[in-house]
Ligand binder design. Sequence first.
Ligand code: ATP
Length: 245
Amino acid sequence: MIELIQVEKTFQDVKAVHPLSLTITKGQIHGIVGTSGAGKSTLIRLMNLLERPDKGTVRVGEKILTNLSEQELRKARQNIGMIFQQFQLVLNRTVAENVEMPLEIVGLSKKERKKRVDVCLQFVGLSDKKTAYPSQLSGGQKQRVAIARAIANNPSVLLCDEPTSSLDPKTTIEVLQVLRHIKETLGVTIVIVTHEMDVVKSICEHVSIMKDGKLIDSFKIEPQGLLVNEEQYIEDLRKFAVVTN
Ligand SMILES: Nc1ncnc2c1ncn2[C@@H]1O[C@H](COP(=O)(O)OP(=O)(O)OP(=O)(O)O)[C@@H](O)[C@H]1O
């Protein structure tokens, strides 16, 4: 589904990504982990050419992105949703208007846009927040709006750059549940950059590890499932309690 072949990226004198190859299977939730500065964000941004590789090939589905013109690339990107740590919502637009934005770009009629916005907001459980502004939402709700916007055009790939790093454990679970639901019901391939091992353990089926701009390992894992509520989370933490007396 996503294939990187010998891609590399240097910023001035920093080699952010050394030549590496990686294949991500269709319908998989793939985690990319590593310490700060390891090159994770650069790697995920190479997957939709937000960063253009200095060398190498990027293929998503049937399209070789690195061979496309800017115009062709804009069209190909409609098939690749992306969400970010800081949500990147437009603050003076309502929730519904934020989700509508990518649909305006592809030129859907007003009626079709409204229908699609309703479906996406229902999907992320925010139908009751249509007319709210981002400032009126919690972090978890903001990220769910960003997810609704990212899936508005029915992409087959969703790229997530530290999607839960600004969230508390409870809202992290909310967002991960939505991501898993997207994979299970829509068959979307999901790539998650994260430094949170709990995120990887709960929903990822494959993990790639980066260090100093290099891919040092990549292997399948068995997702452990989500801790569904705060009580369960605290109960789980208690298992690691240190007995002091
Ligand atoms: N636009 C840029 N210009 C210059 N250097 C950059 C740029 N983007 C990233 N870098 C450098 O490339 C290296 C990798 O950065 P990157 O953001 O990909 O790492 P990361 O693993 O995502 O880190 P973090 O977890 O802290 O976000 C770092 O040394 C960073 O300073």
